[in-house]
Design a protein around this ligand. Structure first.
Ligand SMILES: NC(=O)c1ccc[n+]([C@@H]2O[C@H](COP(=O)([O-])OP(=O)(O)OC[C@H]3O[C@@H](n4cnc5c(N)ncnc54)[C@H](OP(=O)(O)O)[C@@H]3O)[C@@H](O)[C@H]2O)c1
Length: 311
């Protein structure tokens, strides 16, 4: 099978197309013929030697990528049968080995793809959708009437976070540049903030929950706009000692969260996709031969929705 190996940490020239034996599967796993892969900022960071690189660098060959949708072609699990169309985020955080034509995946990390959703859309609703599910539902327990702020609401995570928060009944504000205002309102957001013009002091103590996808000063300011007793989840960077202390003094629960592979959560995502509560916006789909271009798009930081690679 064709796969893409990361030769060494660095630029996209380190992504090398190679021939590999099709993976064998262990008990509890299925073999998936991959139809689509989604590319996330963590792929780009790991390729560049950050992100998960330190954790998986001893793997040889090192095959990055975690988000897939495809067809089960062999199974050693009772959960799925040959021919099932499945999607999931594989072995995150760990060695996903998903930049390949075939992926061996634990059945416990997968869900059936809704028939109404394409493989491109399904692949795009794995890491990002699990992140928003685990943050908004499992950690923050966002509920009706709450005031929620989603940063980078036009991005892969943010555009799903806006929709999930609305589905949970919250009043949702999303940030982006002015160029993406209409997109964010079209997702159901009640209010848009252009971060280039935002005066943070206008919103002091306004929100019950903030999903911070930016980090640094943005995260620190997020603590200011959350009410006492509220919550800030950071997914981009860890929390500095200063910001952690500020949150503690204010009585705000601020912490970093890392998404985890989880089949039960994937099934929740599948239900949300099937009901239409979550809709994925695929910004651009690249062929497998153009993985480098997909990385360049994600690296630009200007993606609206998700970048996908078809296999
Ligand atoms: N910890 C975890 O488990 C976890 C999980 C998923 C993602 N993440 C991290 O979360 C971050 C976001 O991921 P993503 O997939 O959503 O990224 P993404 O899709 O690449 O985000 C792109 C979007 O960010 C917006 N943006 C850039 N700077 C902004 C700012 N200062 N304020 C508001 N919006 C801004 C851009 O909108 P404009 O063009 O309008 O500026 C663009 O639409 C990444 O760092 C990623 O690694 C962490």
């Amino acid at each position: 099978m064709k796969a893409i190996r990361l030769k060494a940490p660095g630029g996209t020239d380190q992504l090398e197309y190679i021939e590999l034996a099709t993976p064998t599967i262990a008990v509890g796993e299925v073999l998936i013929r991959v139809k689509a892969i989604s590319v996330n900022p963590i792929d780009v960071k790991t390729r560049a030697g950050q992100g998960l690189y330190g954790m998986i660098k001893i793997q040889n060959p090192l095959i990055i990528g975690w988000d897939i949708s495809g067809e089960v072609v062999e199974t050693r699990s009772e959960s799925f049968t040959v021919g099932d169309q499945v999607f999931g985020m594989i072995n995150f955080p760990g060695h996903g080995k998903s930049y390949a034509e075939y992926v061996a995946a634990p059945a416990s990390q997968l869900a059936l793809k809704p028939a109404t959703v394409s493989h491109d859309e399904a692949a795009a609703a794995t890491l990002t959708a699990l992140t928003v599910w685990q943050a908004l539902v499992e950690k923050a327990q966002v509920n009706a009437g709450q005031n929620v702020l989603v940063h980078a609401a036009a991005g892969g995570v943010g555009h799903l976070a806006v929709q999930l928060a609305k589905h949970l009944g919250a009043h949702v504000t999303g940030t982006s540049s002015g160029a993406n205002k209409e997109f964010i309102l079209s997702l159901g957001a009640d209010k848009h903030i252009d971060y280039h013009r935002y005066d943070w002091t206008n919103s002091l103590n306004e929100f019950d929950f903030v999903l911070d996808t930016i980090g640094g000063d943005n995260l620190d300011r997020s603590v200011d706009v959350v009410r006492k007793g509220g919550m800030v989840i950071s997914i981009s960077t860890g929390i500095s000692n200063e910001t952690a202390e500020k949150a503690k003094q204010k009585g705000v629960n601020a912490f970093f969260m890392l998404v985890q592979s989880n089949g039960d959560d994937m099934q929740q995502v599948a239900s949300l996709l099937e009901s239409g509560a979550l809709r994925v916006h695929v910004f651009k789909s690249f062929p497998f031969s153009e993985m480098a271009a997909a990385h360049h798009q994600v690296e630009s930081g200007r993606t609206v929705g998700k970048v996908v690679v078809t296999v």
